[in-house]
Design a protein around this ligand. Sequence first.
Ligand SMILES: Cc1cc2nc3c(=O)[nH]c(=O)nc-3n(C[C@H](O)[C@H](O)[C@H](O)COP(=O)(O)OP(=O)(O)OC[C@H]3O[C@@H](n4cnc5c(N)ncnc54)[C@H](O)[C@@H]3O)c2cc1C
Length: 291
Amino acid sequence: MFDLQSYYKAHSVDEAVGLLTTHPNSRLLAGGTDILIKLRHGKSGFAELIDIHGLSELRYIKKDETKNILIGSGTLFTDIIESELLQNHMPMLCDAAQSVGGPQIRNVATIGGNICNGVTSADSAPGLFALNALLQIQGISGVREVPIEKFYLGPGKVDLQRGDVLTAIKVTEENYGGSFGYYSKYAMRDAMDIATIGCAVTLTTDAGRVSDYRIAYGVAGPVPIRCPQTERAVIGRQISPELLDMIAERVAGDVNPRTSWRASKDFRLNIIEELSKRATEQALQRAGGNI
Ligand SMILES: Cc1cc2nc3c(=O)[nH]c(=O)nc-3n(C[C@H](O)[C@H](O)[C@H](O)COP(=O)(O)OP(=O)(O)OC[C@H]3O[C@@H](n4cnc5c(N)ncnc54)[C@H](O)[C@@H]3O)c2cc1C
């Protein structure tokens, strides 16, 4: 049974902000693939739902006049997979979307819900970390932009205040332009399983060298993380098989995985190293280079 007292349908973001503010014991429902499970478990800590599912003002993928790419928070994973704009500029996000659940989940789950639930295993998070994504949040006092790295405050905790709605995810041209990325996920089963480790790499190359390199992980710590020491060590280096080995050695110093019922810390560290190589190699291939 769902332990629910009230349900409200919001017809706009403004209305959702108002409803969240006047109903402090409420939560947003987007695709419902996380929130309804929490509600069913009976330990949700809320009793009211504000439904933003299907709001057209939250479901879009577009490039604005300054070439930022904007993804509405209500965009479905299926929309992301099918988006020509994303396939051309950020195929890494399409890789990640393709790896989420099964078709039924991808047809209803939103990228906004994936980020706002605050879990380290969210498949869209590593790619958005690597792309230095900015989150646009509308609340009682207006709209603010938060870098995704600052949005995650701890396991299941994100920087959302009462009344806040994540409206869009923005990636600036300087963060996607000329770069090539790849998302590699390892899960215990091939189908319908959350990530044991997820790894996103985005890079640019110039005359046989790596001129920019960003690598991010899910499940390598309590929240998704970037690997700053590894990134610094890679930039400027010549592309070679030895470079992949160096990356795999370095990433261990940037991550902090833990043992859980899914996998031991040592096993996760092995996967972290392996995925760093796979994601980097695939990103290099997309960049037109071979190792
Ligand atoms: C069978 C199954 C398989 C799954 N497989 C995967 C997987 O492989 N990879 C993966 O990453 N996830 C997976 N999930 C988890 C889930 O589907 C995703 O996290 C999904 O993206 C959540 O989106 P949603 O729209 O359903 O969110 P909802 O459940 O509607 O909401 C999730 C949370 O975000 C909040 N929220 C939603 N939208 C907003 C917004 N715009 N502003 C502020 N807060 C908001 C809600 O209040 C809630 O707290 C799976 C779930 C199931 C049931």
